[in-house]
Write a protein that binds this ligand. Structure first.
Ligand SMILES: O=C[C@H](O)COP(=O)(O)O
Length: 251
């Protein structure tokens, strides 16, 4: 049996305002009060809602996370949020290096690594995202691209307790085109092998690697059953209580 506890993480992205965000978070927390799925559950609302959501679900067992943090603790960085501030609001996780941030904000592996290190220093678990584009996959570069992003983005001092890796093929995000189980397992196994080199077999064996990219209730069970898939980072399907819960129940 895997020593890794499955993590089902919802990334709401830039969706939700007070009323619908609260309803969504409370809806998931209420489900959690009635039944305990065989996984950890996390929601990552937009920064504008993190404090409100964290207060609303306090004590429910539902984890709350940020979608990004700055690498610095404080200072003149207009519009950014520090990892410490997210922790202060009640977050226990933060996503770093999502492909949308790598693209929209030109975040390099070095920036992502620095953000992950800031997250860990603030006591958060860093969810470090990597993944290839369709052009890179078509060019046969999938494994090398993911290997290189992983090595460049992995925080110093990474352990299974403070770091989670999320493999998100860019071509599968928000497209409805999910990776096949064989495609997902191939990359997850390659990531695990690279983690063994970087951290040793024990830490690598215990570290969770999530799959993200059009994970839905109808494909989650098959993906989550793969030997090196330890959970999901879910966008669209995390915006509906029923869909997110159905995925959690397939753990
Ligand atoms: O962070 C989540 C991913 O980008 C997946 O999004 P999606 O489930 O809408 O494809």
């Amino acid at each position: 049996m895997s020593q890794r506890r499955t993590l089902i993480a919802g990334n709401w992205k830039m969706n939700g305002q007070k009323a619908d965000g609260l309803a969504l978070a409370k809806g998931v927390a209420e489900k959690l009060a009635g039944a305990k799925p065989n996984c950890d559950l996390l929601v990552c609302p937009p920064t504008t809602l993190v404090g409100l959501v964290a207060e609303a679900v306090k004590g429910s067992g539902l984890h709350v996370g940020g979608q990004d943090c700055h690498a610095k603790v404080s200072g003149a960085h207009t519009g950014d949020s520090s990892a410490a501030a997210l922790a202060d609001l009640g977050c226990t996780y933060v996503i770093v290096g999502h492909s949308e941030r790598r693209t929209d904000h030109a975040e390099s592996d070095a920036v992502v690594k620095a953000k992950a290190e800031a997250a860990i220093a603030a006591g958060l678990v860093a969810i470090v995202c990597i993944g290839e584009t369709l052009a890179q996959r078509d060019a046969g570069q999938t494994i090398e691209v993911n290997r290189s992003q992983l090595v460049g983005s992995l925080p110093a001092g990474a352990t299974a307790a403070n770091t989670v890796i999320a493999y998100e093929p860019v071509w599968a995000i928000g497209t409805g085109r999910v990776a096949t189980p064989a495609q997902a397992q191939e990359v997850h196994a390659a990531i695990r092998a690279e983690l063994v080199k970087a951290l040793g077999a024990e830490a690598a064996g215990a570290m969770r690697i999530l799959y993200g990219g059009s994970m839905k209730p109808d494909n989650a069970k098959e993906l989550l059953a793969l030997p090196d898939v330890d959970g999901g980072l879910i966008g669209g399907a995390s915006l509906k209580v029923a869909d997110f819960w159905a995925i959690a129940e397939s753990c």
